[in-house]
Design a protein around this ligand. Structure first.
Ligand code: PGA
Length: 253
Protein backbone atom coordinates (compact mmCIF):
# COMPACT_ATOMS: atom_id res chain seq x y z
CA UNK A 1 0.00 0.00 0.00
CA UNK A 2 1.14 3.55 -0.53
CA UNK A 3 2.08 5.48 2.61
CA UNK A 4 -0.43 8.25 1.90
CA UNK A 5 -3.39 5.85 2.10
CA UNK A 6 -4.14 4.61 5.60
CA UNK A 7 -5.03 0.93 5.38
CA UNK A 8 -8.56 -0.04 6.39
CA UNK A 9 -8.95 -3.38 8.14
CA UNK A 10 -12.64 -4.17 7.94
CA UNK A 11 -14.37 -7.22 9.41
CA UNK A 12 -17.51 -8.44 7.66
CA UNK A 13 -19.23 -10.71 10.17
CA UNK A 14 -21.98 -11.58 7.66
CA UNK A 15 -24.87 -13.44 9.39
CA UNK A 16 -22.73 -14.60 12.29
CA UNK A 17 -22.54 -13.85 15.95
CA UNK A 18 -24.90 -13.41 18.87
CA UNK A 19 -24.85 -10.63 21.41
CA UNK A 20 -22.35 -12.42 23.64
CA UNK A 21 -19.94 -12.89 20.70
CA UNK A 22 -20.27 -9.24 19.75
CA UNK A 23 -19.63 -8.29 23.36
CA UNK A 24 -16.43 -10.40 23.49
CA UNK A 25 -15.11 -9.24 20.14
CA UNK A 26 -15.93 -5.57 20.53
CA UNK A 27 -14.52 -5.32 24.04
CA UNK A 28 -11.42 -7.33 23.10
CA UNK A 29 -10.72 -5.13 20.07
CA UNK A 30 -11.27 -1.97 22.09
CA UNK A 31 -8.78 -3.22 24.69
CA UNK A 32 -6.15 -4.01 22.08
CA UNK A 33 -6.69 -0.72 20.29
CA UNK A 34 -6.23 1.17 23.56
CA UNK A 35 -2.80 -0.44 23.93
CA UNK A 36 -1.76 0.49 20.38
CA UNK A 37 -0.16 3.90 20.11
CA UNK A 38 -1.05 5.75 16.90
CA UNK A 39 -2.26 2.68 14.98
CA UNK A 40 -1.01 2.54 11.39
CA UNK A 41 -4.41 1.23 10.30
CA UNK A 42 -8.06 2.14 10.60
CA UNK A 43 -10.22 -0.65 12.02
CA UNK A 44 -13.87 -1.32 11.26
CA UNK A 45 -16.29 -4.10 12.17
CA UNK A 46 -19.51 -4.76 10.28
CA UNK A 47 -21.79 -6.93 12.46
CA UNK A 48 -25.37 -7.97 11.61
CA UNK A 49 -27.79 -5.02 11.75
CA UNK A 50 -29.43 -5.81 15.13
CA UNK A 51 -25.99 -5.69 16.79
CA UNK A 52 -24.91 -2.36 15.30
CA UNK A 53 -26.06 -0.09 18.08
CA UNK A 54 -24.78 -2.47 20.73
CA UNK A 55 -21.33 -2.60 19.08
CA UNK A 56 -21.27 1.15 18.48
CA UNK A 57 -21.85 1.71 22.21
CA UNK A 58 -19.27 -0.88 23.24
CA UNK A 59 -16.67 0.66 20.90
CA UNK A 60 -17.37 4.30 21.61
CA UNK A 61 -14.13 6.23 21.96
CA UNK A 62 -12.01 3.16 21.15
CA UNK A 63 -11.13 4.19 17.61
CA UNK A 64 -12.69 0.99 16.22
CA UNK A 65 -15.50 1.97 13.86
CA UNK A 66 -18.78 0.24 13.18
CA UNK A 67 -20.37 -0.31 9.79
CA UNK A 68 -23.43 -2.02 8.33
CA UNK A 69 -23.48 -4.75 5.68
CA UNK A 70 -26.18 -3.18 3.51
CA UNK A 71 -28.70 -0.35 3.36
CA UNK A 72 -31.80 0.54 1.35
CA UNK A 73 -31.61 3.10 -1.44
CA UNK A 74 -34.64 5.04 -0.19
CA UNK A 75 -34.54 7.52 2.65
CA UNK A 76 -37.55 5.95 4.40
CA UNK A 77 -40.87 4.33 3.54
CA UNK A 78 -42.76 1.10 2.98
CA UNK A 79 -39.87 -1.37 2.66
CA UNK A 80 -40.54 -4.14 5.16
CA UNK A 81 -37.40 -5.63 6.62
CA UNK A 82 -35.05 -3.03 5.18
CA UNK A 83 -32.91 -0.45 6.95
CA UNK A 84 -32.23 3.10 5.76
CA UNK A 85 -28.79 4.67 5.60
CA UNK A 86 -30.07 7.49 7.78
CA UNK A 87 -31.03 5.08 10.57
CA UNK A 88 -27.63 3.37 10.32
CA UNK A 89 -25.96 6.72 10.79
CA UNK A 90 -28.31 7.45 13.67
CA UNK A 91 -27.36 4.13 15.33
CA UNK A 92 -23.67 5.00 15.35
CA UNK A 93 -22.40 3.59 12.06
CA UNK A 94 -19.60 5.28 10.19
CA UNK A 95 -19.60 2.99 7.17
CA UNK A 96 -21.84 0.73 5.12
CA UNK A 97 -20.87 -2.06 2.72
CA UNK A 98 -22.88 -2.16 -0.52
CA UNK A 99 -22.90 -4.61 -3.40
CA UNK A 100 -21.30 -7.54 -1.61
CA UNK A 101 -21.37 -10.53 -3.96
CA UNK A 102 -23.62 -12.39 -1.51
CA UNK A 103 -26.18 -9.58 -1.81
CA UNK A 104 -25.77 -9.58 -5.57
CA UNK A 105 -26.35 -13.36 -5.73
CA UNK A 106 -28.88 -13.83 -2.89
CA UNK A 107 -31.05 -10.85 -3.88
CA UNK A 108 -30.11 -10.28 -7.52
CA UNK A 109 -28.78 -6.81 -6.76
CA UNK A 110 -27.62 -5.04 -9.90
CA UNK A 111 -24.92 -2.42 -10.34
CA UNK A 112 -27.66 0.17 -10.69
CA UNK A 113 -29.19 -0.78 -7.31
CA UNK A 114 -25.76 -0.88 -5.68
CA UNK A 115 -25.04 2.61 -7.00
CA UNK A 116 -28.37 3.89 -5.65
CA UNK A 117 -27.63 2.38 -2.22
CA UNK A 118 -24.16 3.91 -2.24
CA UNK A 119 -25.65 7.31 -3.07
CA UNK A 120 -28.18 6.96 -0.23
CA UNK A 121 -25.28 6.17 2.10
CA UNK A 122 -23.32 9.24 1.02
CA UNK A 123 -26.44 11.40 1.41
CA UNK A 124 -26.70 10.11 5.00
CA UNK A 125 -23.02 11.02 5.54
CA UNK A 126 -21.91 7.44 5.83
CA UNK A 127 -18.73 6.26 4.15
CA UNK A 128 -19.40 3.53 1.66
CA UNK A 129 -17.50 0.34 0.77
CA UNK A 130 -18.46 -0.69 -2.76
CA UNK A 131 -17.76 -4.36 -3.53
CA UNK A 132 -16.93 -5.75 -6.96
CA UNK A 133 -15.41 -9.01 -8.15
CA UNK A 134 -15.48 -11.69 -10.81
CA UNK A 135 -16.66 -15.32 -10.70
CA UNK A 136 -14.30 -18.22 -11.38
CA UNK A 137 -15.95 -18.74 -14.76
CA UNK A 138 -15.34 -15.12 -15.70
CA UNK A 139 -11.71 -15.37 -14.61
CA UNK A 140 -11.18 -18.59 -16.54
CA UNK A 141 -12.57 -17.00 -19.68
CA UNK A 142 -10.19 -14.05 -19.44
CA UNK A 143 -12.86 -11.49 -18.49
CA UNK A 144 -11.55 -10.52 -15.06
CA UNK A 145 -10.52 -6.94 -15.78
CA UNK A 146 -13.49 -6.29 -18.04
CA UNK A 147 -15.99 -7.47 -15.39
CA UNK A 148 -14.37 -5.49 -12.59
CA UNK A 149 -14.20 -2.31 -14.68
CA UNK A 150 -17.84 -2.73 -15.68
CA UNK A 151 -19.02 -3.29 -12.10
CA UNK A 152 -16.96 -0.34 -10.92
CA UNK A 153 -18.40 1.95 -13.60
CA UNK A 154 -21.93 0.81 -12.81
CA UNK A 155 -21.71 0.83 -9.00
CA UNK A 156 -19.62 3.89 -8.19
CA UNK A 157 -21.86 6.54 -6.59
CA UNK A 158 -22.13 10.08 -7.92
CA UNK A 159 -20.18 12.24 -5.49
CA UNK A 160 -17.59 9.55 -4.71
CA UNK A 161 -14.35 10.95 -3.30
CA UNK A 162 -11.34 9.34 -1.69
CA UNK A 163 -12.66 10.57 1.65
CA UNK A 164 -16.14 9.03 1.43
CA UNK A 165 -15.73 5.92 -0.74
CA UNK A 166 -13.69 2.72 -0.52
CA UNK A 167 -13.62 0.00 -3.17
CA UNK A 168 -13.39 -3.67 -2.17
CA UNK A 169 -12.13 -6.11 -4.78
CA UNK A 170 -13.49 -9.50 -3.78
CA UNK A 171 -13.00 -12.28 -6.31
CA UNK A 172 -16.07 -14.46 -5.74
CA UNK A 173 -14.05 -17.68 -6.10
CA UNK A 174 -11.90 -16.60 -3.14
CA UNK A 175 -14.71 -15.74 -0.71
CA UNK A 176 -15.01 -18.29 2.07
CA UNK A 177 -13.17 -20.91 0.02
CA UNK A 178 -9.69 -20.70 1.51
CA UNK A 179 -8.49 -20.13 -2.06
CA UNK A 180 -6.92 -16.68 -1.79
CA UNK A 181 -5.86 -14.64 -4.83
CA UNK A 182 -2.11 -14.69 -5.39
CA UNK A 183 -0.32 -11.37 -4.88
CA UNK A 184 0.09 -10.97 -8.64
CA UNK A 185 -3.60 -11.73 -9.33
CA UNK A 186 -4.64 -9.22 -6.67
CA UNK A 187 -2.22 -6.49 -7.75
CA UNK A 188 -3.23 -6.83 -11.42
CA UNK A 189 -6.90 -6.15 -10.62
CA UNK A 190 -6.19 -3.47 -8.00
CA UNK A 191 -3.96 -1.60 -10.47
CA UNK A 192 -6.70 -1.77 -13.12
CA UNK A 193 -9.25 -0.45 -10.61
CA UNK A 194 -6.86 2.36 -9.63
CA UNK A 195 -6.40 3.30 -13.29
CA UNK A 196 -10.17 3.34 -13.88
CA UNK A 197 -10.72 5.45 -10.75
CA UNK A 198 -8.11 7.97 -11.87
CA UNK A 199 -9.68 8.33 -15.27
CA UNK A 200 -13.17 8.70 -13.78
CA UNK A 201 -12.43 10.87 -10.73
CA UNK A 202 -9.14 12.54 -11.62
CA UNK A 203 -5.59 11.62 -10.66
CA UNK A 204 -5.79 12.95 -7.12
CA UNK A 205 -9.00 11.23 -5.98
CA UNK A 206 -8.08 8.04 -7.84
CA UNK A 207 -4.69 7.98 -6.21
CA UNK A 208 -6.04 8.56 -2.72
CA UNK A 209 -9.04 6.21 -2.81
CA UNK A 210 -8.53 3.02 -0.85
CA UNK A 211 -8.96 -0.33 -2.57
CA UNK A 212 -9.39 -3.29 -0.20
CA UNK A 213 -8.80 -6.93 -1.03
CA UNK A 214 -11.32 -9.48 0.23
CA UNK A 215 -11.53 -13.25 -0.11
CA UNK A 216 -9.95 -15.72 2.33
CA UNK A 217 -7.59 -13.16 3.82
CA UNK A 218 -5.99 -14.81 6.87
CA UNK A 219 -3.08 -14.06 9.20
CA UNK A 220 -0.77 -16.24 7.09
CA UNK A 221 -1.45 -14.51 3.76
CA UNK A 222 -2.29 -10.97 4.91
CA UNK A 223 1.24 -9.53 4.86
CA UNK A 224 1.97 -10.52 1.25
CA UNK A 225 -1.30 -8.92 0.11
CA UNK A 226 -1.21 -5.81 2.27
CA UNK A 227 2.27 -4.91 1.06
CA UNK A 228 1.16 -4.68 -2.58
CA UNK A 229 1.28 -1.14 -3.99
CA UNK A 230 -2.45 -0.89 -4.71
CA UNK A 231 -3.88 -2.94 -1.83
CA UNK A 232 -4.98 -0.60 0.95
CA UNK A 233 -6.45 -2.97 3.47
CA UNK A 234 -8.77 -5.93 3.66
CA UNK A 235 -12.43 -6.82 3.85
CA UNK A 236 -12.24 -9.88 6.03
CA UNK A 237 -15.04 -12.39 6.52
CA UNK A 238 -14.29 -15.65 8.34
CA UNK A 239 -11.09 -14.48 10.01
CA UNK A 240 -12.79 -11.39 11.44
CA UNK A 241 -14.83 -13.62 13.78
CA UNK A 242 -11.67 -14.59 15.63
CA UNK A 243 -10.14 -11.87 17.75
CA UNK A 244 -6.65 -13.35 17.40
CA UNK A 245 -6.85 -13.73 13.62
CA UNK A 246 -8.44 -10.35 12.98
CA UNK A 247 -5.92 -8.60 15.17
CA UNK A 248 -3.03 -10.49 13.53
CA UNK A 249 -4.23 -9.25 10.12
CA UNK A 250 -4.42 -5.67 11.42
CA UNK A 251 -0.88 -5.97 12.74
CA UNK A 252 0.27 -7.10 9.30
CA UNK A 253 -0.94 -3.74 7.98
P1 PGA B 1 -13.90 -14.39 3.64
O1 PGA B 1 -15.03 -13.34 3.20
O2 PGA B 1 -12.78 -13.61 4.26
O3 PGA B 1 -14.57 -15.31 4.60
O4 PGA B 1 -13.45 -15.08 2.39
C1 PGA B 1 -14.72 -12.08 2.71
C2 PGA B 1 -15.97 -11.33 2.36
O5 PGA B 1 -16.90 -11.93 1.81
O6 PGA B 1 -16.07 -10.12 2.63
Amino acid sequence: MAAKRKPLIAGNWKMNGLKKDADNLARGLARRMAKTKGPAFEMLICPPAPLLNFCASALKGSGVKVGAQDCHAAEAGAHTGDVSALLLKNMGCGYVIVGHSERRSDYGETDKQVKAKAEAALAARLKVIVCIGETLKERKSGQTLHINRRQLRGSLPVGATAANTVIAYEPIWAIGTGQVATPSQAQEVHAAIRKALKSKLGANEGDNMRILYGGSMKPDNAAELLILPDVDGGLIGGASLSMTDFWAIAKAA
